[in-house]
Write a protein that binds this ligand. Structure first.
Ligand code: ZN
Length: 149
């Protein structure tokens, strides 16, 4: 279990860092308990406005996935061209609280991805702008790919 007290905010309002590595930061409605990612200030379930920061954790199960096989249109900003684009996996990962988070996946091999597999949150470089390396969160398979066979 990840303690709220140990989280350091690192990437805007999306990610924190704990002793166990990066964690997703969201919000939770104090009235009905609904979770949100990214964090929000009002609840679409009960119209409540009392939401608090919630540490959503660093793992989940792959709920659905696909492979992005061509360069996405703007505002995607990896700095790649259509010629040097590297396909990447994208999917929904269901967190223990039930929330499904859309995320880049570290794996783009359909033979290594399966619905329901355990996933672990990581930080990855995905490109470069003129000024800096671009980083984001992603989910990586938490188990050995050979386990599927
Ligand atoms: Zn609510």
């Amino acid at each position: 279990m990840i303690s709220n007290l140990s989280v350091e905010h690192v990437t805007g309002h999306l990610l924190g860092r704990s002793e166990a590595g990066p964690v997703l930061l969201g919000s939770r409605c104090q009235s009905c308990g609904e979770h949100y990612f990214p964090a929000t200030s009002s609840c679409t379930r009960c119209c409540g406005t009392q939401l608090s920061e919630s540490v959503l954790g660093n793992h989940g199960e792959l709920w659905s996935w696909t492979v992005q096989g061509f360069l996405p249109k703007s505002p995607y900003n990896s700095g790649e061209s259509a010629e040097d684009f590297q396909p990447y996996g994208v999917g929904y990962v269901q967190l223990p609280c039930g929330l499904k988070v859309e995320s880049r996946l570290t794996c783009a091999d359909p033979q290594q991805l399966r619905i329901g597999m355990p996933m672990q949150l990581v930080e990855v470089d995905y490109g470069r702008s003129q000024e800096r390396v671009l980083r984001t969160f992603a989910f990586a398979p938490a188990s050995s790919p050979q386990e599927k066979q």
